[in-house]
Design a protein around this ligand. Structure first.
Ligand code: S1T
Ligand code: MG
Length: 540
């Protein structure tokens, strides 16, 4: 077996199911072996940011490794933002980059795609990955790969593997499986006992399920635990889309002043808030009506548990949930909090459209045709997604990068075979919407709802005086046919309903529905967010 085959088998053994990539001369020999061996299917896209976003989304929906393969320099450095997003949002993404071989590295010439030094890329990736390896020694490679892939899964964060192009065909042993780190059983028991005691004595305990619950494949167990303990469950903005197919007492999404008042009160008035795998980010907690005193919460994140002023180190989330399930008595409590409701029954008339109308139309569609996985970009489309019925959702809810939606939708369909719904604003579509041109090659047929307000509207909302937020109209619907899909522009509620009915009935090509939104019309959720943020910041 050669080094590339050994790496590919190891990726598959650690849960990878496909590779997204764009080759280059530093990666051609590597890509040739990927294609020849078919150990993992390869999907090439058109621009490396999309490669990173698609691989990230595949990791999130598969709950396994996402793999992004790129060339050295121009390719790998082009993907830095997508990997940074994966790092921030705890997505287990493996970056495979081709690299210069020994001979050329010693040539004394500056190599093409080289920035500062030949090691600069490796150093840059140190900042957005939890482990790294350069496979320049076939004898050491199996252990390096085992360590790096093991850390990718253990920390649920990206890792970086550089493959010098003169190493890809070197004979190499199989990659062993790294042993999981030891756990101090007594510490785990003490931690569990303290958590259960706190929850038992709380008047109104609440469980907030964070993205780590999904990353470590714990949704079923957490649903069972919340029922056993009688805990109402909420997610954060970033955690939306969790626990939707699980029998959990899921009440709604906490968004502070931007959320539904009853959900906000449930969380902010709780005297036993259990943050399970939740990232303490501003998008999740900066808009609190009453600031949550984190010292009174139970926080389990990044492999440790903090209660009040003390922390239990080395308590992996899966071990914690397993031990809680093994220990927790049946509280026998009935959960009285009501699950949040969602807008339905869009009137099919000539009224112009709002983002909330789009959510209503999607809810009507899913009520008839079943739930669809959603990939949302950053912008009002993501706030609108909060008004759509609970369904699997991948979105940059914390790192908040644009460009994620379309590639992530392609990643979902490649990884699951399910037809995704993609929500994307016109500004974000201008960044990576072009990737839809890859659908025809792979038989992907997402339904794309393009929120066209001809503006970077989220920015205009906070700085209306700046005309640089105006984007004009690009004729997105007309572009679809040239990319191999079908496009239509809709401006009324009746037109939107008809376009969605036609799209859901037609398979085999992507359907782009360009929704014309009047200037300044926001979703109800974004409207509450803007008002709340301005009020909290004292702005006019
Ligand atoms: N560039 C990238 C890659 N990501 C970003 N988040 C931004 C810039 C800043 C930014 C926003 S929201 C926004 C920008 C430019 C406008 C989005 O426009 P569009 O996609 O049309 O959506 P909508 O009109 O609904 O706002 C965030 C706040 O940083
Ligand atoms: Mg816009």
């Amino acid at each position: 077996m050669n080094l590339t085959e050994s790496l590919l088998h190891a990726l598959k053994a650690h849960g990878a199911q496909q590779i997204f990539g764009i080759p280059g001369d530093f990666a051609l020999p590597f890509f040739r072996i990927i294609e020849q061996t078919q150990i993992l299917p390869l999907y090439t896209l058109s621009h490396e940011p999309a490669v990173g976003f698609a691989a990230d989304a595949s990791a999130r929906v598969n709950m396994g490794l996402g793999v992004a393969a790129v060339t050295y320099g121009a390719g790998a450095l082009n993907m830095v933002n997508a990997v940074a997003a994966a790092y921030a949002e705890k997505s287990p993404l493996v970056v495979l980059s081709g690299g210069p071989g020994k001979g050329e590295s010693r040539s004394g010439l500056l190599l093409h795609h080289q920035a500062k030094t030949l090691d600069s890329q490796f150093q840059m990736y140190r900042e957005i990955t939890c482990d790294q390896a350069r496979l320049d020694d076939a004898a050491r490679a199996p252990a390096d790969i085992a360590r790096v892939l093991g850390n990718c899964l253990h920390h649920s964060q990206p890792v970086y593997i550089e493959i010098p192009r003169d190493m890809v065909a070197q004979p190499c042993d199989a990659v062993p499986r790294a042993a999981p780190p030891d756990i101090d059983d007594d510490a785990l028991d003490a931690c569990v006992a303290e958590i259960l005691a706190r929850l038992k004595h709380a008047r109104s305990p609440v469980l907030m399920a964070g993205v780590e619950v999904r990353r470590f494949g714990l949704e079923d167990k957490v649903a069972q635990l919340s029922r056993r303990l009688g805990l109402p469950v909420v997610t954060s903005f970033m955690g939306r889309g969790l626990l939707v197919h699980h029998d959990a007492p899921l009440i709604g999404t906490y968004m502070g002043v931007a959320g539904l008042p009853e959900v906000t009160r449930l969380v902010e008035e709780s005297d036993g808030l259990f943050l399970l795998g939740e990232i303490l980010s501003d998008t999740n907690f900066a808009v609190s009506e009453q600031k949550i005193d984190l010292r009174k919460t139970i926080q389990a994140l990044d492999g440790q548990v903090t209660l009040g002023y003390h922390t239990y180190a080395e308590i992996p989330l899966n071990a914690l949930v397993d031990r809680l399930l093994a220990t927790a008595p049946d509280a026998g409590a009935t959960i009285t909090a009501q699950r949040q409701s969602f807008p339905r029954n869009l009137v099919s008339d000539d009224a112009t459209l709002t983002p909330t109308d789009i959510a209503t139309a999607v809810n009507d569609l899913m009520a008839v045709h079943g739930k669809m996985p959603i990939a949302a970009d950053m912008g009002d489309c993501l706030f609108t997604a909060m008004e759509i019925e609970f369904t699997p959702l991948v979105a940059p809810g914390y790192y908040a990068t644009m460009g994620y939606g379309v590639p992530a939708g392609l990643g979902i369909q490649a990884a699951t075979g399910q037809r995704p719904l993609i929500l994307v604003g016109d500004g974000a579509f201008q960044m990576t919407g072009w990737e839809l041109g890859n659908c025809r090659r792979y038989g992907w047929d997402p339904i794309v709802l393009l929120f066209n307000n001809a503006s970077w509207e989220m920015l205009r909302t906070f700085q209306p005086e700046s005309s640089f937020n105006d984007l004009g109209h690009w004729g997105y619907a007309e572009m679809a046919a040239g990319l191999g899909g079908h496009g239509v522009r809709v401006g009324t509620r009746a037109e939107l309903k008809a376009a969605l009915d036609e799209a859901i009935a037609t398979r085999g090509q992507f359907r782009l529905i360009e929704v014309t939104l009047p200037r300044g019309v926001l979703s109800a959720t974004l409207q509450r967010f803007v008002v709340g943020v301005k009020r909290l910041s004292g702005a006019k």
